[in-house]
Design a protein around this ligand. Structure first.
Ligand code: NAD
Length: 356
């Protein structure tokens, strides 16, 4: 694998390979872009089958974090980390603290947070070694799990999508197929049921998923079929890459709007969705609620004020959809253009500053 060539292609600033022989830690930290501020992004722990798989995941996720922070108007860059290992088997205090030391060594260029396989208790543990970790257990009304904020942001994004397609922000009576009923999907279902939407739901964990279905009078769907259901909104809230060359032709919805990161296995599928008349809410715009929530952990904003900022995701998407119509360009391209424009304009400012 030619790592530096890959970094050049994706614009990755720095890649840190971490190994600690005492704890068995094997991790990669990717810093994509720090123009807007320190690179922020969660640490994911997963039993990757090989280093190449871990590398591919961390660089794509780090890049998406730059776009997410830029699109959300935050003074943050994009980064991500992966720990190679099964959280159920290999995760322990020493390993997490060893990871924390690597984060500390970067001196604040990278700020870590929760992601799959890593919870708020793990962040507390990492924090014993570094000041650059956010999203630990709640203290003084701040911190804690970002998923409710992500779910709230997705809800507001869905309302913007409904307005664009049906001319009304109301979700009452719309059918929504939710794929994945974990910490975001289950809270999203609660909101959607409260809004009067009709739900189809699915999860690989059938027992837990069916319990959520019963709670919100949702119709249970086979995980293999949830994306094929005839509905108004398909909401991917499980894994990335669920829309690929095959599934894109199996969709039967008007809108795709969900929490999952890197929903499209290939960015060009955003053009395909547009050509099919399916409105796609770019993932890093609609799912930024958790990042916005965590980014404000050390500010003096009250939790309800932070949720107000999260709620602006809807306005941001409406702007993207308007520009998409005017420019006759798919929303995913408009969103990427806006994020890149913000990063590049601040890069220009920095150059100006160094002139003095
Ligand atoms: P989670 O791990 O709590 O839940 C994911 C759920 O999806 C699990 O219950 C899992 O069983 C289910 N699942 C996996 N594959 C599936 C499939 N093929 N079909 C149906 N169900 C399947 O994760 P989460 O925190 O709820 O996050 C969901 C997605 O949103 C992830 O892609 C995550 O990266 C992204 N995301 C989460 C946040 C956040 O604040 N948690 C923020 C931004 C993006």
């Amino acid at each position: 694998m030619n790592y530096i060539q890959g970094m050049e292609r994706l614009g990755i600033e720095e890649l840190v390979f971490c190994h600690d022989r005492f704890t068995g830690l094997r991790a990669i930290i990717a810093i994509h872009d720090t123009t807007l501020g320190p690179a922020m992004g969660g640490v994911r722990m997963k039993p990757y089958t090989c280093e190449e798989e871990a590398y591919a995941d961390v660089v794509m996720l780090a890049r998406a974090m730059s776009y997410k922070a830029a699109a959300a108007g935050l003074d943050l860059g994009g980064g991500k980390a992966v720990i190679i290992g099964d959280p159920a088997v290999h995760k322990n205090e020493a390993l997490l603290r060893a990871f924390g030391r690597f984060v500390e060594r970067l001196g604040g260029r990278y700020i870590t947070a929760v992601d799959s396989g890593i919870n708020e208790y793990d962040i507390d543990c990492i924090r014993r070694e570094t000041a650059y970790a956010l999203g630990g257990t709640p203290a003084g009304g701040r911190g804690g799990c970002p998923s409710p904020a992500t779910a709230y942001g997705v809800l507001q994004g869905m309302k913007a999508c409904a307005e664009q397609v049906y001319g009304t922000r109301s979700l009452a009576g719309l059918t929504v197929a939710v794929q994945g009923l974990g910490s975001v999907g289950s809270v999203l279902c609660q909101h959607l049921a409260g809004e009067g939407a009709k739900l189809f739901v699915s999860d690989l964990d059938e027992k837990r998923g069916k319990a959520v279905a019963a709670q919100y009078q949702a119709v249970w769907a086979d995980p293999a079929d949830i994306h094929k259901i005839s509905c108004d909104i398909f909401s991917p809230c499980a894994l990335g890459g669920v829309i690929n060359q095959v599934t894109v032709n199996e969709l039967n919805c008007r809108i795709v709007a969900g929490a999952a990161n890197n929903v499209l296995s290939d960015e060009r599928l955003g053009d395909t969705l547009h050509a099919k008349g399916i409105l796609y809410a770019p993932d890093y715009v609609i799912n930024a609620g958790g990042l916005i929530y965590i980014a404000h952990e050390r500010t003096s904003y009250l939790p309800e004020e932070i949720m107000g900022i999260v709620g602006r995701i809807g306005e941001r998407l409406s702007l993207i959809f308007r520009r998409s119509e005017l420019q006759k360009v798919p929303p995913c391209r408009v969103a990427a253009g806006m994020a890149e424009e913000r990063i590049n304009s601040v890069k220009g400012l920095l150059a100006l500053r160094s002139d003095f």
